[in-house]
Write a protein that binds this ligand. Structure first.
Ligand code: 2NE
Length: 270
């Protein structure tokens, strides 16, 4: 696949090809730990991918073979979050988590090496995870003085069940790719050298299907866990589909043409 580079960023790489956008965390010297700037750049790239009508699926990955992402950068962790370039403490990865979740296009985690801590939560929140055989998964929060009690806890329990989720968080063990597959944390495990090829193949299969159907399915699958925010997302798709109908457009047209709307030609379906 012939990736074209999009934009210049300090902490990430951003590429597109054949309807696929790829966001790569590019801090391999820290096992792709994120700092606030990394997160801001991932948010910007994902927003671009969302707005690009040529893009149907997004890959999130890490540079190199050693890590997908090792979570928040502990070396710039201040006393109230992670310090940005101006020294302001933030936990802005939570914004990025929401963006992955609400992006109407599937986001696929492509994991080689460690997906640990906040990096593990990011892969969990992606729609699908393709893991290389060398992938290692786990949380470290209770060991390093942190925890993610949002989706990091509740969505994990949806994926692997309550007992296993409690084990993962309480013991802070690491799990192999095969163990992750067995507990439903990832979709497939492939040899490291096949990781991108296999991920792109999954993207192509998604791209061959109806984007509106996939968009609505993502919102539907989210709605089950996401309360009123999930319902808003799902209902937003209903509004979108209604705007696309002649019936919805009749209301707008009547307003713009300063006449009464005529909905009489539209069926009152059973
Ligand atoms: C990831 C892991 C298991 C890798 O181990 P290994 O042995 O392959 O590499 P090593 O030597 O530990 O790491 C290589 C370099 O990367 C840095 C290391 O400090 C080291 O640099 P030097 O000291 O040699 O210069 N590095 C790795 N991870 C880093 C990190 N997260 N921040 C800053 N530097 C990092 C092993 O490195 C590991 O366990 N890393 C720590 C994982 C971790 O605890 N992450 C934070 C969890 S909390 C979190 O992410 C979070 C949250 O819970 C809630 C909200 C937001 C974030």
């Amino acid at each position: 696949i012939a990736w074209s580079q999009c934009g210049e960023f300090s902490d990430i790489l951003y590429h597109k090809a054949e309807g696929i956008a790829k966001i790569t965390i590019n801090r391999p010297e820290r096992r792709n730990a994120f700092r606030p700037q990394t997160v801001e750049q991932m948010i910007e790239a994902l927003q671009d991918a969302r707005n690009d009508e040529a893009v149907g699926v997004v890959i999130l990955t890490g540079a190199g073979e050693l890590a997908f992402c090792s979570g928040g950068d502990q070396k710039i962790r201040g006393n109230a979050g992670y310090a940005d370039a101006k020294g302001v403490n933030k936990l802005n990865v939570l914004d990025f988590q929401r963006d992955i979740r609400t992006c109407p296009k599937p986001v696929i985690a492509m994991v080689a090496g460690y997906a640990i801590g906040g990096g593990h939560v990011l892969h969990m929140l992606c729609d699908l995870t393709i893991a290389a055989e060398n992938a290692r998964f786990g949380q470290t929060g209770p060991r390093v003085g942190s925890f993610d009690g949002g989706w990091g806890a509740s969505y994990m329990a949806r994926l692997v069940g309550q007992k296993k989720a409690r084990e993962i968080w309480y013991l802070c063990r690491q799990y192999t790719a095969q163990e992750a597959l067995d507990m439903g944390l990832v979709n497939t495990v492939v040899p490291l050298e096949k990781l991108e090829e296999e991920t792109v193949q999954w993207c192509r299969e998604i791209l061959a299907n109806s984007p509106l159907a996939i968009r609505c399915l993502k919102a539907s699958l989210n709605a089950d866990c996401d309360g009123q925010a999930g319902l808003q997302e799902l209902a937003g798709n209903a509004t979108l589909l209604y705007y696309m109908s002649e019936e919805g457009q009749e209301g707008r047209n009547a307003f713009v043409e300063k006449r009464k709307p005529d909905f009489s030609r539209f069926p009152k379906r059973p």
